[in-house]
Design a protein around this ligand. Structure first.
Ligand code: PRP
Ligand code: HPA
Ligand code: MG
Length: 184
């Protein structure tokens, strides 16, 4: 295999492309049922949620607006710094809106607990979360999540939007990294 091939850096594939895509269809069906007759604003958390948002939004057969926020707490490492840095705020006034946050992963919960409180304080009618992945054993903050794709073990994962030092976001699967890739 080409030594530059991205999948050579994986220790194991945790979720295949097929498993991810079928879960996204399930999540979209649940959201369609729950928001029947209500307007819906999807808020994606950059950059990791780009892939989930792209597939999830297209799995919906109803109208849904999209907006984006960017808050970074990981930088290039594999541990949360605990400091949430605002990189990009919403373009939309969310007063009275039904907001559904779309995330790739809830790890310590620090990012999302901060974001939910922040969006609620702006007068949204409702704020719920849809995340593809969650690490129950890593939780430092309890976050109430309405839609969860997969609960996964407390290991650093990459792919399908998730990065390590900005790489691996373009993998179609989610996997764990081989030890030779880590520097921290
Ligand atoms: O539950 P937590 O421990 O707060 O971790 C989850 C957050 O960390 C990652 O974002 P990151 O800060 O790496 O930014 P990125 O999406 O641009 O990679 C991920 O996309 C979540 O937003
Ligand atoms: O396991 C992870 N991988 C990539 N980014 C992350 N951000 C929080 N947890 C993770
Ligand atoms: Mg990241």
């Amino acid at each position: 295999m080409d030594p530059e091939h991205i999948s050579q850096d994986l220790k194991a594939v945790l979720l295949t492309e097929e498993e991810i895509q079928s879960k996204i269809l399930e999540l979209a069906a649940a959201v369609e049922r729950d928001y029947d007759g209500k307007e819906l604003l999807l808020v994606g958390v950059l950059k990791g949620a780009v892939m989930v948002m792209a597939d999830f939004a297209r799995a919906l057969t109803r109208h849904a607006e999209m907006d984006w926020v960017a808050y970074s707490s990981y930088g290039s490492g594999t541990r949360s710094s605990g400091v949430v840095r605002i990189l990009k705020d919403l373009d939309t006034d969310i007063t009275g809106r039904n907001v559904l946050i779309v995330e790739d992963i809830i790890d310590t919960g620090l990012t999302l607990s901060w974001l939910v409180a922040n969006l609620r304080s702006r007068g949204a009618a409702s704020v719920e979360i849809c995340t593809l992945l969650r690490k129950p054993e890593a939780a430092k903050m309890a976050v109430s999540v309405k839609y969860v794709g997969f609960d996964i073990p407390d290991e650093f994962v990459v792919g399908y939007g998730l990065d390590h030092a900005e790489r691996y976001r373009n993998l179609r699967c989610v996997g764990t990294l081989a030890p030779h890739v880590y520097s921290d």
